[in-house]
Design a protein around this ligand. Sequence first.
Ligand SMILES: Cc1ncc(COP(=O)(O)O)c(C=O)c1O
Length: 325
Amino acid sequence: MLDDQTDADLSRHAGAAARWLALCGLEAAPEDIIATNGAQHGLFCTLMALCQPGDLLLVEALSYAPLRGIADRLGLKLRAVAMDAEGLCPASLEEICCGTSPKALYLTPTLQTPTAATLSYERRRTIARIARRHDLILIEDDVFGPLKPDRPVAIAVLAPERTIYVTSLSKCVTPGLRVGYLRAPGELGPALRHAVNLSIWMTPPVMSEIAARLILDGTAAHLIAAQRHAAARRQRLARRVLSDFDYASDPHGLHIWLPLSAGWRADTFRLAAEGRGVLVAEAQRFAAHPADSPESVRLCLSHEPSETRLHDGLAAVATLLQNRK
Ligand SMILES: Cc1ncc(COP(=O)(O)O)c(C=O)c1O
């Protein structure tokens, strides 16, 4: 493994990747899968392969925080697609596509970060139809997908000919294993492989081997189940501590999305929480257009290893909210 990979290693790793995608609900031939160093690397390679400086990239109005920085570095223009409580609004997507020529839409249909929303099957189908009508490429980030057993099918299943599916083991198996996969329409494969090649030459064989063993011997599936269980327990804990407040969450999600009551601004709330030793992420970090961000914060329930400390942190948040009610 510390030497060059053999053909046998490569073929086993590709088989493991296909098995992982099956756990995600996707059928994929090993040759349609591209290994990456995690989902963020996959996302970066995807944008590098697809887009030219000046291209327009559509994103959910609130989206994965590093995306703004990546788009900025690649010289891409970002445009926000409106969201409601169920996630991305297809009507907003249709309207934007009618007036402009976006290159692609990046979205997280399941357990969206930061809003915790999961798109219904109907919305996924509508989004696939709109994308087909406007010849739009979809970049589906599904890092949380396997955590939610009752999720609708991936958009990559509904529109495989135009969807680049981005997945990794970091959220569902273990965060230190920097292994992810892209599943893309065949004609995009060479450009994506080239982007991986330019950025890291190849994914580290040792990491690929660890991931393959975890996937092939069933440990990865077992760890997904354990993560689901832990997430559900932590969500119940949060529900008990924050029972007086409205927020968005999912029983299998790793975070909650908390709109602040009238007296709070997101930035001052973040600072007040920080003063009590609690880190929260304000909406602005996730906003495609920061000036339009709501007064809301995201609370991550998975990062703190101790549930006692998580409870105390949530109780500190509840006290802050209570004081301004
Ligand atoms: C929505 C989303 N996509 C991608 C990533 C990056 O995943 P990875 O750790 O596999 O690079 C994260 C990490 O927090 C995320 O929340």
